[in-house]
Design a protein around this ligand. Sequence first.
Ligand SMILES: *Cc1c(COP(=O)(O)O)cnc(C)c1O
Length: 403
Amino acid sequence: MAFRKQNGLKPLEKRAWLSSPTMHGPELQYMTEAFESNWMSTVGENIGVVESLITQRIGCGYAVALCSGTAALHLAVKLAGVKSGNRVFVSDMTFSATANAIMYEGGEPVFIDADRDTWNMDPAALERAFELYPAVKTVVIANLYGTPGKMTELCEIAHRHGAVVIEDAAESLGATYEGRQTGTFGDIAAISFNGNKIITGSCGGALLTNSKEAAHRARKWSTQAREDAAWYQHEELGYNYRMSNVVAGVVRGQLPYLEEHMAQKRAIYERYREGLRGLPVTMNPYEAAKAEPNFWLSCLLIDEKAMCPQERGDLEARYEGQSGKSCPTEIIEALARYNAEARPIWKPMHLQPFFRDKAFVSAGPGEDVGADIFRRGLCLPSDNKLTADRQERIMEIVRACFA
Ligand SMILES: *Cc1c(COP(=O)(O)O)cnc(C)c1O
C-alpha cells in the first residue's frame, strides 16, 4: 500500500477543483442590464454582442449563439445532412455529447481511435475508416482537453473523400493549430460555455461557420423554425435552442478574460510538467511545433512499467497499491482524500455500454490507443484559481502515490 506509508500531508483547506467557473465582475453588470431593460428572453443586446465578439475573436464568418454546445453539435449534424442510418466518423476519445449529436439525427457513429501525439483522432485510423466505409460523408473531430488534433491532415483526408468536417471545439476555445484558431478548421464547428469550460456563461454554446446560409438555417431552427410571417408559420422541424440574453450577459463579460484564463491554465500545465519530472509519468501531449493548446485540463499518463494492478468494472474500480508504482484510481482517490478533484480520462466511446454495438476503427488491427490512455491516464486539478503553493501540495500527494 504505497500511499498509506506517507504521513505529514494535510488536506487542502479549500477544495481544488478540476475546472470551475472564474467570474470577474462585468458578467454581473451585463446580466443586470438584461434584467433592468427587461430583456429576460432569448432576444436582447447581449446575444448579438456575443455573436460578434466570437466571430472577431475566432475569425469565423458567423456565430450563432445557442443554449449549449450540444445544441450546436446537433444543428451542425443536421446542417451536414446526416440522415437516419448514415454512418458518421467521430472521435472516439471525447465527451459523449459529440457522439450523441449524431444519434439525435439517427446517424450511426463509427468511432475513430486516437493518436499518441495529441490524444485526438488519428489520421491513419481515419484513412483506414474511409477504406472500410468509403461512402461516409461526415466526420466529427473533437479537440480534447484544449489540445488541437492534427486538423490540417484530418481535414485534408475528409475533404479528399468528399466529407463535411464538423469540429467539436467545445474544450479548445482559443487554442490554435498552425496559427489558426480551432473552430475554424471544420466546415461547421461547435463551442461551449458550459460551467466547467475555459470561459463560461453557466451554460451556452455557439455554432460557427463561414457560410451565411448555414448560419441563417441554424438560427432559424434554433428559434422553432418560424417562417417570416405575421403568425406562427412552419415549414420544417424546429428547436428551442437559442441562447438566453441573461446567459449571453455572462458570456459577454467572460470573453475578454479568455487570454487571462489561457495563461493561467498554461502556467498550471507547466508547473505540473516541471514539478512531476522524475516520476514515471508524462503530461497530455501536443505537437509543440504546430499547436498552441488552451491547456484547459492538465492530464497525466503513467508509464506502463509504473502501473500497479488496477481493475475497472462498469461502475467501480479497484487497485492494489505497490511500492514505486501507482495507477489513476489510486491517485484520484488520494487526491479526493486531500480535498482535490481529479478525474479519469474521458472513457472512450467504444467502451461505453450505450455505444457497444457501434463500429470502432483504429490505425491497425487490434490497436486501441484510447483504451490504453483511459487505463493509464487521469485529469489533474486544473482550476484557474489554483495557486502555485496549493498545486505544490497536490504534486506532493501525487509523488506520495509513487513512494
Ligand atoms: C462540454 C462538451 C460538449 C458539450 O457542450 P455543452 O455546452 O455542455 O452542451 C461537447 N463536446 C465536448 C468535447 C465537450 O467537452
